[in-house]
Structure formats: structure tokens, C-alpha cells
Design a binder for this molecule. Structure first.
Ligand code: UDP
Length: 353
């Protein structure tokens, strides 16, 4: 297959500001190319990904939809990189068998019936705005197979019937993750520091258990972070910034007792969950979104009542019951690049057919 993957208009590939999308698009591009497909990425200027053909376009970045209210209108800045990406995609679409969109934005969703080459969508977030929900609904009505979700829980947040839309779990290059059998005594919290990720619940766990919490990720909302520091002056927490280097990230994951997933929103998938399991580190998560589906309670971590800090603490106290090798094996079997590649190939082949 000749595939054109159109990246997110939020930041450049390789910068870290695209969050989980960057990780996903990198893994998808590399795995599909390894299988002999021809892969091109179309992305904002400044994007890089070694070994993959890249076409870049200039323009002003898009405001992330995740920070918008439900009735927010669609807005594009002057010289929008999103518009430029899709102008370019229209021009070059005939060189490809399929165009796959990774942006959670109204414009590419809306364009679906107007493309001559089949346009498919990786839907990377749950319901946020009504305008996007409507655009997705009209795709689902006509071409449900073109919308791919990261988890069943994510798909269910939308107003329309998603039962004919595929749910395809992500994967990662397992051999690039070292298994660690013996953790040190600390808990880990990974992610963008923003209200929807509810870091404060993780901080409360640290305060109640006395077990240090190490925090890594992009500081997206400074005021929110300053409030946490003021509200919990004695909690044993340490913020280490955003770790660019995957080797450093792996080391802090592998050495931790457990990863805490405390998101208040319905996380579409949660790449950090499979990264954690790949290192042998169990995950304690609220029963919400992708993490609640990926983790098997009592086997690869604990899935607890949403928003209950007491339940998180109880799970931390039982963490020694989890076999770290079992966490690793689940990734090898279900969340490897090969396993993800099989799922994607099937989706793309049947959608194109
Ligand atoms: N990440 C990273 N360094 C950090 C914290 C996170 O590289 O210090 C990466 C992490 O490995 C993961 C991504 O950021 O690939 C976050 O993706 P996820 O799907 O978990 O959340 P999102 O940001 O998409 O909501």
C-alpha cells in the first residue's frame, strides 16, 4: 500500500508537544514501512523522523481542541498549518492508496467525502466539542469503517453509534524497552501537566502513603501546577520536567513500583500504560478510558473506582502481588509493533477494498 499519514497541526513531529500522537505516528510509520508498504508523512515544517519520507508545510499551529469548551466554534489562525496540510494532501492524494489523518480537528473530518483517495481517521481523543462530534457522526453514518478509535470507552463518549467503527489498540517496539525486575521505592506519574490528567490525585496518594511520587511530562498549565505545589506543600513529590530521551524515560519507568493513571477525562488509549508494562512496571488506574481496558485488574496492575484516592492507596499497598514479568508478557503478546501492524494492515486493506 502507498500510505500518506497526515500528522497533527499541534507542534512539530519530534518536539514532544504532540503528546501520544507523535509516539503513535512514529510507531505506525516505522512498522508499516518495515512490512514493505510505502509510507510518507505530511507534517508541519521542522518535523523530523529518521528513515521515513517526509513532506513538510509552513503555517501557524492550531489551538488544541482538548482545551476548548463544548460549544466552541471552529477557528483557524491566518496562514493555518492545518489548512496548509490539507491543501497539500488534496494536491498529492492521487499518489497514494489511502490518506490517514492523525489530527483531531474538524477540517479533515469534514473533508472526508470530498477526497478522491480514501481518507481514514485515527480519532485520538474522546468527545470534546459538539462541532467535531457532528463531523464524526456524519462520517460514521456513511463510512463507519473509516473511523478508528483507541478504546471502546473512548468510542462510547460520542453521541452517535460507533458500533461499526473499529477499535484498534496501539503498540510499541518491545525490544527497545528493557525489562526491570527490581523496582526502587517510588511511584511514577507521566503525562502532560494539565487539569484533565488530575495530577493532584497522584500527589494525594504520595501524601497518604509517604511513598515519593516522581512526575515527568510537559508543563502545559503552569498555574495548575503552582496550585498543586501550594495545596500540598509537604507531599513527597518531585517534578523532573519532560524527558526527551526515551532511554532516560525507560529507566525511571523501570525503576518505579507502579505508574499511577489518574485522568479525569476519558483517555482515548494511554501510550504510557503500555510503555510502563513493557518495562515490567504495573499500572494503577481509575476504571476509565483506555487504561481501564488495557490493564487487567490483579494481573497487570489494579483498576479502581474512578476518582477514589482511597482506592488508589489500597492498590499501592497491594502492588507486590503483581508479577512484573506478566506485565511485560502482555505487551509482547498484545501490544507489540507486530501485533499492532497486523491490526492496522487488516483495517487499511479492508477499508481500501
Ligand atoms: N512522554 C515523554 N516524556 C515524558 C513524559 C511523557 O516522552 O517526560 C511521552 C510518553 O512516552 C508518551 C507520550 O509522551 O508516548 C504521552 O502519550 P499518552 O498517550 O500517554 O498521552 P497524551 O499526551 O496523548 O494525552
Amino acid at each position: 500500500m502507498r500510505l500518506l499519514l497526515v500528522s497533527t497541526p499541534i507542534g512539530t513531529l519530534g518536539s514532544g508537544s504532540g503528546g501520544g500522537i507523535e509516539f503513535t505516528i512514529t510507531n505506525v510509520a516505522q512498522e508499516m514501512q518495515r512490512r514493505g508498504h510505502q509510507v510518507t508523512i505530511l507534517a508541519p515544517d521542522g518535523s523530523t523522523l529518521a528513515g521515513i519520507e517526509m513532506i513538510t508545510v509552513p503555517g501557524k499551529g492550531q489551538i488544541s481542541v482538548q482545551n476548548q469548551y463544548e460549544d466552541a466554534p471552529i477557528t483557524l489562525p491566518v496562514n493555518s498549518v492545518l489548512a496548509n496540510l490539507w491543501q497539500k494532501a488534496r494536491e498529492i492524494q492521487h499518489n497514494y492508496d489511502a490518506v490517514v489523518n492523525y489530527a483531531y480537528d474538524w477540517l479533515p473530518f469534514y473533508l472526508t467525502p470530498f477526497f478522491q483517495t480514501i481518507l481514514l481517521h485515527h480519532v485520538s481523543m474522546s468527545f470534546v466539542t459538539h462541532s467535531i462530534d457532528r463531523a464524526l457522526a456524519s462520517i460514521a453514518q456513511k463510512y463507519p469503517e473509516r473511523l478508528k478509535f483507541g478504546s471502546f470507552a473512548q468510542a462510547q463518549t460520542f453521541s452517535f453509534d460507533t458500533s461499526y467503527c473499529p477499535v484498534i489498540y496501539h503498540g510499541l517496539p518491545v525490544d527497545q524497552y528493557n525489562f526491570s525486575a527490581t523496582p526502587k521505592k517510588y511511584l511514577l506519574w507521566l503525562g502532560r501537566i494539565a487539569p484533565e490528567k488530575a495530577l493532584e490525585d497522584g500527589v494525594r496518594v504520595a501524601q497518604m502513603t509517604g511513598i515519593p511520587l516522581r512526575i515527568f511530562g510537559k508543563l502545559e498549565d503552569r498555574e495548575y501546577w503552582e496550585n498543586i505545589q501550594q495545596n500540598f506543600p509537604d507531599a513527597p513529590i518531585e517534578y523532573g520536567g519532560f524527558l526527551d530521551n526515551k532511554a532516560d524515560l525507560q529507566q525511571v519507568i523501570g525503576e518505579s513500583m507502579a505508574l499511577l493513571m489518574t485522568a479525569r477525562w476519558v483517555e482515548a488509549f494511554g501510550n504510557v500504560v503500555i510503555e510502563s508494562l513493557a518495562c515490567g512496571t504495573p499500572v494503577i488506574t481509575y476504571d476509565r478510558g483506555g487504561p481501564g481496558e488495557i490493564i487487567t485488574d490483579g494481573e497487570t496492575g489494579f483498576v479502581v473506582k474512578p476518582d477514589s484516592v482511597v482506592a488508589l492507596v489500597e492498590a499501592v499497598n497491594r502492588i507486590a502481588e503483581i508479577d512484573r514479568l506478566c506485565c511485560r508478557r502482555v505487551v509482547e503478546e498484545k501490544f507489540s509493533l507486530e501485533a499492532m501492524g497486523d491490526r492496522l494492515e487488516q483495517w487499511l486493506t479492508s477499508a481500501i477494498a
